[in-house]
Design a protein around this ligand. Structure first.
Ligand code: C5J
Length: 230
C-alpha cells in the first residue's frame, strides 16, 4: 500500500492510488459550451472554461499513473422516459430538455452536445457513466463498479460544483467513499455558489469530504516518487 497525503481542508487527505478513482463529472458540451443546456438556462457558460486546463493536467497525471478514470454525463434517453416531468417542465428555459439546439437535442444521449468536450475526451477503456440525475450514483452502476474495482477514495472534479458535484459527493459520502474535491477543477456559473459549495464540503470537520487545489494534490503525488541519485 502507498499512502499519499494531500494538504487539504479541513485536514490532510490520505489515499492509496491503487484504491482511488479520478471522477470527472459532466464535462459535456451541454454545460461547458454555448448552445447547450447550461446556456439555455440563462447562464454564461464561458466561466466554466477556467476548469479545463487544471483538469487536463490532473487527467494527464492520472492516466500516466494508471489511476482508474471515470467520466460521467448527465442526459436522457431520446424518448425522455427517464426524465421526470418536474425536471422537464421546470423554469422557463430558452430550450427545454429534448428540444433541438445548435449542438443537437438538449441533454439527450447520443447527441453532439451531450458528449464530453474534446479537451477531456475519454480514452478507450475509461469508464463513462450515463446518469439521468444530478448525482452519479442514482440509477447508475457506479457503486457496483467501484466496489468491484476495490475503489474506496474518489478525487472529484467537474461541473457544476453546487449541483452535480455536490450531489455526487454527498451520495459517495453516504456510501462510505472518501472524497477529495479539487477546488480549481470544479466550476460553477455562480462565483458565490462556488465559494459556498466548497466551504460546505469541508466545514464541520469535513462533513462530507475534503477540499484542496489541484497543485497541492499533484505535488503530493510527485513527492511520493523515488528520486534518482547520481
Ligand atoms: C446541472 C450539473 N447543473 N452537471 N448539472 O444541471 O451540474
Amino acid at each position: 500500500m502507498t499512502e499519499i497525503i494531500v494538504e487539504a481542508a479541513p485536514s490532510p487527505f490520505r489515499f492509496d492510488p491503487a484504491s482511488t478513482a479520478l471522477v470527472l463529472i459532466d464535462m459535456q458540451r451541454d454545460f461547458v459550451e454555448p448552445g447547450g443546456f447550461g446556456e439555455s438556462l440563462g447562464n454564461d457558460v464561458s466561466i466554466l472554461q477556467a476548469v479545463v486546463p487544471p483538469l487536463q493536467a490532473v487527467l494527464a497525471d492520472a492516466r500516466e499513473r494508471g489511476l482508474t478514470v471515470i467520466h460521467t454525463r448527465e442526459g436522457h434517453r431520446p424518448d425522455l422516459s427517464d426524465c421526470p416531468p418536474a425536471k422537464l417542465m421546470r423554469g422557463a428555459p430558452s430550450m427545454r430538455i429534448g428540444d433541438p439546439g445548435p449542438k443537437g437535442r438538449i441533454l439527450v444521449r447520443g447527441e453532439y452536445g451531450h458528449d464530453i468536450i474534446d479537451d477531456l475526451a475519454p480514452l478507450p477503456g475509461e469508464v463513462v457513466i450515463d446518469k439521468p440525475g444530478k448525482g452519479s450514483f442514482y440509477a447508475t452502476g457506479l457503486d457496483d463498479l467501484l466496489q468491484a474495482s476495490g475503489i474506496t477514495s474518489l478525487i472529484v472534479t467537474g461541473v457544476t460544483t453546487e449541483v452535480c458535484v455536490h450531489t455526487t459527493v454527498r451520495e459517495a459520502n453516504d456510501r462510505g467513499y472518501e472524497c477529495l474535491v479539487l477546488s480549481d477543477c470544479v466550476g460553477s456559473y455562480f462565483p458565490e455558489f462556488q465559494k459556498a459549495a466548497l466551504a460546505m464540503i469541508s466545514a464541520q470537520g469535513g462533513i462530507f469530504g475534503w477540499v484542496a487545489p489541484s497543485p497541492d494534490y499533484l505535488s503530493a503525488l510527485t513527492a511520493d516518487e523515488p528520486t534518482l541519485s547520481a
